[in-house]
Design a protein. Structure first.
Lengths: 106, 138
C-alpha cells in the first residue's frame, strides 16, 4: 500500500489515472496533457507501474497504458483528489505540490 | 511461488477453521438467538462480495468470446467491481442492522438491480467489436 500512497500523492500521477479512467491511452497521448519533460513523464509512469495501478502494453514502439485499479484504490484516488493530499518523506500528509514545484524544491 | 501458495493456502485453511469454530461455539453455547446465524451468514456473504468485487477491476479478464472495445471492456470491469462492493456493503449493513424481512427485501432488490445493470452493460459491450488503435507514443 505504501507504493499506492506514493503513486497517489502526486497531482500529475492522479491526473494520469483520471485520464486513463476514460479510456486506455498511449504514452504520447498522456504526455500531451502535461507541460513536463518526457523523462519526467516516464518516471511517473514507472511509479504507477510499480504500484500496480496501470498496465503497460507494448506494441512495436508504442506503449499503451490501461487502468488497473481496485475499487479501494479508486476510492483512495477520489479521496486524495478531494483533499489534494501528498505524503511527506516522514510519512505525514500535507497539501499537494505540483511536480514543477517539487522539482524546484528538490 | 510455492512459498506464497503455501502461505495463502494456510491462511485460507485458518479462516475456514475459524468460521467453523465460531459456528460451533455459537451453536453449543446458545449465544446466538434464533435468526442470527442466518444474519451472520448473509453479512459474511456480503463481505465476500465486497472483497471479491474490490479486486475484479484489477484481475478479471473477460473471456475471449466477450472481448469488445478496450474502453468498454475497462468500463465493464470497473462497473462490475463497484457493483459488487456496493451491493456487498448494503447486504452487510442490512443484515446486521435491519429486520430480517427488510434485509431480505433489500437483498432481492439489490441483486435484481445489479443483475439487470450487468446484463444491460454486457449486451452493450458485446455489440461493439474490439478495435485496435495504435498511435505513436514515447
Amino acid at each position: 500500500m505504501n507504493k499506492v500512497y506514493k503513486a497517489l500523492s502526486d497531482p500529475t500521477r492522479r491526473h494520469v489515472l483520471e485520464l486513463l479512467r476514460k479510456r486506455p491511452m498511449t504514452a504520447g497521448e498522456l504526455s500531451e496533457h502535461f507541460p513536463v519533460s518526457k523523462p519526467t513523464m516516464s518516471a511517473h509512469f514507472a511509479v504507477l507501474r510499480e504500484a500496480d495501478l496501470v498496465e503497460a502494453e507494448k506494441n512495436g514502439r508504442t506503449i499503451t497504458y490501461r487502468l488497473k485499479m481496485s475499487v479501494l484504490e479508486e476510492a483512495l484516488l477520489g479521496f486524495a483528489r478531494a483533499f489534494g493530499l501528498r505524503v511527506e518523506r516522514d510519512g505525514t500528509t500535507a497539501p499537494a505540490l505540483d511536480t514543477e514545484e517539487r522539482e524546484a524544491g528538490a | 511461488m510455492n512459498t506464497n501458495t503455501s502461505s495463502r493456502k494456510r491462511k485460507e485453511i485458518l479462516l475456514a477453521g475459524a468460521i467453523v469454530a465460531a459456528s460451533v461455539v455459537l451453536a453449543v453455547t446458545g449465544i446466538a438467538e434464533e435468526g442470527w446465524p442466518r444474519r451472520l451468514a448473509m453479512a459474511v456473504l456480503g463481505g465476500f462480495l465486497v472483497v471479491s468485487g474490490n479486486s475484479i477491476p484489477k484481475t478479471l479478464r473477460p473471456l475471449s468470446a466477450m472481448r469488445c472495445e478496450t474502453t468498454r471492456e475497462q468500463a465493464l470491469r470497473r462497473l462490475t467491481g463497484w457493483a459488487f462492493v456496493l451491493v456487498g456493503l448494503t447486504w452487510v449493513v442490512a443484515w446486521l442492522a435491519l429486520s430480517e424481512s427488510l434485509a431480505a427485501a433489500i437483498t432481492v432488490v439489490t441483486t435484481l438491480a445489479v443483475g439487470a445493470l450487468m446484463a444491460g452493460h454486457v449486451t452493450w459491450c458485446l455489440r461493439q467489436r474490439r478495435r485496435a488503435e495504435p498511435t505513436p507514443g514515447l
